[in-house]
Design a protein around this ligand. Structure first.
Ligand code: MG
Length: 341
């Protein structure tokens, strides 16, 4: 395993702290001793028999927010504490794509293929532009700034759904320390056609990852409040499912999948075309059916934060986990928005 060189040592004047920035290294080695954990035979149909977990790049402090870019076959992902955005390409390897990045966290593709980001630092949803700048899309609700948008998804009608926990404002580690102006941790739906911004639920204590079922009839939202919000270690470590009503409201909240304390929290996750949820946990990726039954796990040797389906057939799972980006070939495709191929 590459340990990563700690390359730059200096004082970040804006954040007034000593900065140790690891170099990003392209790695591409299979993970030694890796073995899938199968708990239900149905898991075998979701992974290729010869599949290996490969580490593609290493050198981040807290990797998050990966997005697959189909146009050039690359992956962008965040190194939040180091305030930078990274890019991995199969021929070009891994490099720093944008720095500083105002503490971007989750990313998704918009309907037109452009990249939308959750910015902890700017406390807004923004669109990344080719010149490295970003264009604001929405940054406040009822006149109050968001906490620190965390993860994002675009529905087939173009509405942007995102979570707004306070992880980017509780300290300077993943953003800029500040008070919450909203005073709550909400999930929002922003309708760009009408400009309406609705808080769709306050039911989730610390809303984090989110994704729709393939037909968009269900919205899943993870609750990572057990990971603490700076002081409070009590809380939840589960994914909540909601029925989506008329494409714009949520109803019938219920706990869909709960982790054991030893498994950490479910942060980001994605849904495959069959409706299975591939969720991060501290020990890797858990694969859970639409009725909440876990089929097995993809162990990852680092605390795991998120994943995204990519590749030409959307059957490669890219996984962000602490210092590294991993990849495994799977036998099912990631879900696509209804009405799209
Ligand atoms: Mg997250």
């Amino acid at each position: 395993m590459h340990e990563g060189h700690w390359a730059v040592v200096g004082m970040d004047s804006a954040r007034r702290r000593l900065v140790l920035v690891p170099e990003i290294e392209t790695d591409e080695t299979p993970v030694d001793g890796w073995a899938l954990v199968v708990e239900d035979r149905a898991m075998h149909a979701l992974l290729r028999p010869s599949a290996l977990l490969r580490r593609l790049a290493t050198g981040t402090v807290w990797a998050e927010g990966a997005v697959w870019l189909p146009e050039d076959g690359s992956v962008l992902w965040s190194d939040i504490p180091n305030d930078r955005l990274l890019r991995w390409h199969p021929e070009q390897g891994a490099n720093v794509h944008l720095e500083p990045a105002e503490f971007q966290n989750g990313h998704t593709l918009d309907l037109d293929g452009s990249v939308l980001a959750c910015s902890h630092g700017r406390r807004r949803i923004e669109r990344l532009l080719p010149d490295g700048s970003a264009e604001a899309i929405v940054d406040r609700w009822q006149g109050r700034r968001f906490n620190s948008p965390n993860d994002i998804v675009v529905a087939s009608d173009g509405a942007i759904w995102f979570t707004d926990p306070p992880y980017g404002i509780v300290s300077d580690y993943e953003g800029h320390k500040a008070e919450s102006e909203i005073g709550d941790n909400l999930v929002f739906r922003f309708d760009r056609a009408t400009g309406e911004l609705d808080a769709v639920t306050d039911w989730v204590e610390a809303p984090n990852g989110l994704a729709f079922s393939p037909d968009e009839s269900i919205l899943y939202v993870s609750d990572t409040s057990a990971a603490g919000l700076g002081t409070d270690a009590a809380g939840n470590r589960h994914i909540v499912a909601f029925d989506v009503v008329d494409g714009r409201r949520l109803a019938n909240a219920r706990v869909f999948y709960a982790l054991d304390a030893t498994d950490g929290v479910p942060d980001g996750f994605r849904v495959d075309a069959l409706g299975n949820v591939w969720t991060s946990a501290w020990d890797g990726i858990h694969v859970v059916t639409a009725d909440g039954r876990r089929l097995g796990r993809i162990p990852v040797p680092e605390r795991t934060s998120n994943c995204v389906f990519g590749g030409r057939d959307r059957d490669r799972l890219f996984i962000t986990a602490s210092t590294s980006l991993y990849e495994i070939d799977v036998a099912v495709s990631g879900a696509v928005r209804p009405g799209r191929r």
